[in-house]
Design a protein around this ligand. Structure first.
Ligand code: PAF
Length: 280
């Protein structure tokens, strides 16, 4: 695995792969890798000749009161996992390399960025869109792989790619879950043993809504109420939102005649977790 920390170095290694006629797959990450990330790398390996990954904890997607400083960093272990997954190129820039002094340009995907997590994390998706756009420019991948767990993020990125005519195919891979249903996330590392038990309520609530849907219920409010009842039994879990939205625009849906994203965000202790399912 070729580990590169400069933009120029990564740009030219990727250009070389493309010039050799290789199909280039890219998995951007913030590190602290788990099975969810590994599933993206495997999807990239299946589809592409050369697999590139990046590890960069992107400061512009964290608000000042958020967990940028304490976000888990595990570069040594991550590198081993990436080598094991036969990643060819690993990009590990510093924040000075990615945002040199005087950088004032941002990418804003309007409207979508203010919905779901964007409501409580103003500026978050602007930071995500900006860094992903920069990474796409550096790597210029044929395919880029993202996890469905961050459903709003993937909608923002898909829209950015469409609106800015970026020549990359975005592939969104299914959520990978722990045995009790908890969606894999780097932030699960923050959970205490007691919090960890409570955290399974998110996927339980979603499954409850899904089973009501499968039994024929088509009123979004009733599905949300059924999910809320699961949380009512779990007062330690503070729900931030449960919403049923269009998976592309993230607008609230009033009926369930088309595919619907059921998305939840909640705090367990001080850890903010998200999860979702798509119906049908
Ligand atoms: O999903 C993530 O890990 C990050 O938001 C991403 C896409 C790597 C951008 O920093």
């Amino acid at each position: 695995m070729n580990v590169i920390d400069s933009i120029a170095g990564m740009h030219s290694a990727c250009a070389q792969a493309r010039a050799a006629g290789k199909k280039l797959g890219f998995v951007p990450t913030m590190g602290a890798l788990h099975e969810g990330h590994l599933s993206l790398l495997r999807a990239a390996r299946e589809r592409c000749d050369v697999v590139a990954a990046s590890i960069f904890v992107n400061p512009t997607q964290f608000a000042p009161n958020e967990d940028f400083a304490k976000y888990p960093r595990a570069l040594e272990r991550d590198s081993e996992l990436l080598q094991f997954e036969q990643v060819d190129l690993l990009f590990t820039p510093t924040k000075e390399e990615m945002y040199p002094l005087g950088a004032v340009t941002f990418v804003e995907v309007r409207d979508l960025s203010d919905r779901l997590c964007g409501k409580s994390r103003p500026g978050h998706f602007r930071g995500v869109a900006t860094v992903v756009n920069k990474l796409f420019n550096i790597v210029q991948p044929d395919f880029a792989f993202f996890g469905q767990k961050d459903a709003a993020q993937s909608a923002v990125i898909r829209r950015m790619v469409r609106d800015l005519d970026l020549a990359v195919n975005v592939v969104v891979c299914p959520i990978v879950r722990e045995a009790d249903g908890l969606a894999m996330s780097s932030r699960n590392a923050y959970l205490s043993a007691a919090d960890r038990k409570q955290a399974a309520a998110l996927s339980r609530a979603l499954r409850k809504a899904e089973s009501l849907y499968r039994s024929g219920e088509r009123d979004p409010k009733k599905l949300i109420d059924s999910a809320r009842r699961i949380f009512a039994e779990q007062p330690e879990v503070a729900v931030e939102y449960i919403e049923i939205a269009d998976p592309d625009t993230l607008e609230t849906l009033r009926d369930l005649s088309r595919p619907a994203l059921v998305a939840v965000a909640a705090r367990v202790g001080s850890t903010r977790l998200i999860d979702n399912i798509v119906l049908p």
